[in-house]
Design a binder for this molecule. Structure first.
Ligand SMILES: C[S@@+](CC[C@H](N)C(=O)[O-])C[C@H]1O[C@@H](n2cnc3c(N)ncnc32)[C@H](O)[C@@H]1O
Length: 205
């Protein structure tokens, strides 16, 4: 990864993903998290203020050093212990069945082998543990989908491999999760091509 990917992009993500308008979605997706939690694509820790008190500790998985450094203030302000515990969601260094819950927010779009990452999350979750997610992906409307396919190559180049057309729910189901909660909507204030969101919870078998 070059200077742009390492230094500039994590700062852009910190600002773009840190907009106030997104906070209600972060609050909703974090609701009900408890116990030992693994967060993949931790970024700059924008979910940290929304971790419920019932969260005992968080294992943060994030490749970008700059993202992790930008999280410092949020980490100082929380009582939840957060440890950077990995760099790649595709290969987690945790034992099977070791986490109560997992969290992924706008990350499944970017991980290169998303099926591998979901299989890893499923492996490390205890049976019945839930992955809380809010992700953008393939839009429900054909007209928007056509634009997503057209724009995806540019999106991937500018946003570090971010895909626009990943079918979030299908990917979760294919990885063996059971969707237990789901809300699908266009994110307010975002272009539809980037804002076709799925927010919910998926249970590991
Ligand atoms: C759009 S950002 C979202 C960040 C954060 N989840 C949030 O909601 O603000 C996508 C994140 O996925 C991270 N990422 C990219 N490849 C990854 C991988 N293989 N494993 C884990 N995280 C990855 C990026 O570094 C980036 O922080």
């Amino acid at each position: 990864m070059g200077l742009y990917g390492e230094q500039v992009l994590p700062r852009i993500i910190n600002v773009a993903c840190g907009l106030k308008g997104v906070e209600p979605l972060r609050r909703r997706v974090c609701e009900g998290l408890e116990g030992d939690v693994v967060e993949i694509g931790f970024g700059s820790g924008l979910n940290v203020p929304f971790y419920p008190e019932a969260v005992k500790r968080v294992a943060a998985v994030e490749p970008a050093d700059v993202g992790w450094n930008l999280a410092e203030k949020r980490l100082r302000a929380t009582s939840v212990p957060v440890e950077r515990s990995g760099l790649d969601g595709q290969s987690l260094a945790f034992a099977d069945n070791s986490y109560d819950a997992a969290l992924s927010t706008w990350t499944l779009c970017t991980i290169p082998d998303v099926a591998a990452a979901l299989s890893e999350v499923r492996r490390v979750l205890k049976p019945g543990g839930t992955l809380h997610f809010v992700e953008h992906g393939l839009a429900p409307d054909e007209r928007v989908r056509r634009w997503q396919h057209r724009l995806e190559p540019v999106q991937k180049r500018v946003f570090g491999g971010c895909h626009l057309t990943r079918p979030v729910v299908d990917l979760l189901t294919a990885a063996g999760f059971t969707i237990t909660e789901l809300d699908e909507f266009y994110e307010e204030g975002a272009p539809k091509v980037m804002g076709a969101d799925s927010l919910g919870a998926a249970m590991a078998p």
